[in-house]
Ligand binder design. Structure first.
Ligand code: GAP
Length: 477
């Protein structure tokens, strides 16, 4: 995978052309920070979510939940989002454009580095680290005369905090008494249901609750395709443990989550762990799993040991006990929480970037040609197999169509009879279909078909009536 911005453009364009992802409301000029998943995208996304769901819940100690997106506004007071879920923003008085103050400085540093002004870039970077601690970005922008990238002028407003939660109203009255927020994370739906799940399931501490769902953040700067969007999906799991046992579970979940990505075909070189240099006030350990996107490293998941902060706050704000009572020891405590918080749509983008390959291969005419291939893990591939008749005559289409229909009862498959067979293979490579079956003259006499592997491009002959089991075995392997 090429590691620069234009490599990302190529992937975005393939994603659109082949029906993975479209800009939201594109016919009206698009809506920034929102994306739609097309026919292949929706399959890939479902497979990715399914892989996570199975990894997290096919075990004794984790159960699922699907909480509402709209929650009681007190939830966000308790969690701290109403007061402090904000980004520092600054407006240019000339272009009237709004920027995230820290991003504006980061991008200025990048521009300096490109121009080889390393000393100045280093100096501003060091100031930026201090500014993050003090949450004071204005002085750097003013003193370093960081210009508006659109106009080159340096005429800025003060830096103000901008709450990232989307506000809306329940019922017919649009006043503060009816104001609610679209959830900015799925986690709080889990915390407020902790007692419900505990009381209604046979779980005991330690146990976890897993959830996949939409979250919304009114990001000031949306960025890099699906990386930072305003509407996105998360896959979160909160694991409730006895105080004092959280570090053991934190270590276990760090390993589990790292292996999840390796098991889905992520290359170890394109992943790294990043420990948080500065912990949130409620956390006693935290690390991110980062993926090397075409634009650089970016977080795809956070693993956090959050102490009992969230349950204590909901206990305080709701007046309802959030305790676990051990029936044997009679111990009573508010559990500590280890959280695994993965981005689903951001992870989808990582899957797409990881899978994207351009290779030089031998074409039908013996000459070398380029093929674009999405090397998805077969479990994630949106289409599991394609069926082709070699030519559109002599009974081959009928034979191939019957095989296609047989496979379709169990898997997402495509039938294609148009163009040279080499071109049909390329079309499937480009959408990441791991296997293709081709029906030819021999098929009609001996009932066999050619099975072709996407990655090795090797072909083997197998009985057509064994193709379903052959495919199942391959996908299960
Ligand atoms: N409950 C903890 C929590 O929400 P987070 O680090 O803010 O933690 C978890 O979010 C994951 O959600 C991130 O690692 C990222 O993959 C994804 N995510 C967060 N904001 C996002 C955005 N604006 N667009 C796409 N994905 C986002």
């Amino acid at each position: 995978m090429a590691k620069n911005q234009s490599a990302l453009d190529v992937i975005v364009s393939l994603a659109k052309r082949r029906g993975f992802v479209f800009q939201s409301s594109e016919v009206y000029g698009g809506l920034n920070g929102c994306w739609d998943f097309g026919p292949l995208g929706v399959e890939l996304l479902r497979n990715y979510k399914d892989a996570w769901w199975r990894a997290m819940t096919l075990r004794d100690d984790v159960v699922g939940l699907d909480a509402a997106i709209l929650m009681h506004p007190r939830t966000w007071e308790a969690s701290g989002h109403t007061d402090s879920f904000s980004d520092p923003m600054i407006d240019s008085k000339t272009s009237k454009k709004r920027h995230r103050a820290d991003t504006l400085i980061e991008e200025f540093i990048q521009r300096l580095r490109k121009k080889k002004k390393t000393e100045r870039a280093d100096a501003i970077e060091a100031r930026l680290e201090q500014a993050r601690e003090a949450e004071d970005f204005y002085n750097i922008i003013a003193e370093e005369e960081i210009p508006d990238p659109d106009t080159g002028t340096c005429d800025w407003t003060e830096v103000r905090n901008f709450n990232l939660m989307f506000k809306t109203f329940v019922g017919p009255l649009e006043d503060e008494s009816s104001a609610v927020y679209l959830r900015p994370e799925t986690a709080q739906g889990i915390f407020v249901n902790f007692k419900n799940v505990l009381d209604s399931s046979r779980q005991k501490i330690p146990f976890g609750i897993a959830q996949i769902g939409k979250s919304f953040r009114n990001e000031i700067n949306t960025k890099y395709f699906l990386f930072r969007t305003r509407e996105f999906e998360q896959m979160e799991m909160q694991y409730f443990v006895k105080p004092g046992e959280e570090m053991e579970w934190y270590e276990r979940w760090r390993e589990e989550r790292w292996n999840f990505y390796l098991n889905l075909g992520f290359n170890e070189d394109s992943l790294r762990r990043k420990e948080h240099a500065k912990l949130a006030h409620y956390a006693n350990a935290a690390e991110d799993i980062e993926f090397h996107f075409p634009f650089g490293w970016g977080e795809i998941e956070g693993i956090h040991s959050r102490t009992d902060f969230d349950l204590q706050r909901h206990q305080e704000f709701s007046g309802k006990k959030m305790e676990f009572v051990d029936t044997v020891t009679r111990d009573r405590f508010v559990p500590y929480v280890v959280e695994t918080a993965a981005g689903c749509t951001r992870g989808f983008m990582a899957v797409l970037c990881q899978a994207y390959n351009v290779e030089s291969v031998e074409g039908d005419n013996g000459k070398s040609e380029e093929r674009t291939v999405l090397k998805f893990h077969p479990k994630l591939a949106p289409i599991k197999a394609a069926v082709f008749p070699l030519v559109k005559r002599d009974g081959m289409p009928e034979f191939a169509h019957k095989l296609y229909k047989d496979l379709q009862r169990s898997f997402t498959v495509q039938y294609d009879e148009s163009g040279a067979v080499g071109r049909r293979y390329r079309r499937q490579d480009e959408i990441g279909t791991p296997y293709c079956f081709t029906v030819d003259t021999d098929s009609l006499s001996d009932g066999t078909v050619t099975a072709r592997d996407r990655d090795t491009m090797e072909q083997v002959r197998i009985p057509a009536d064994g193709a379903l089991n052959w495919l199942r075995d391959k996908l299960d392997a």
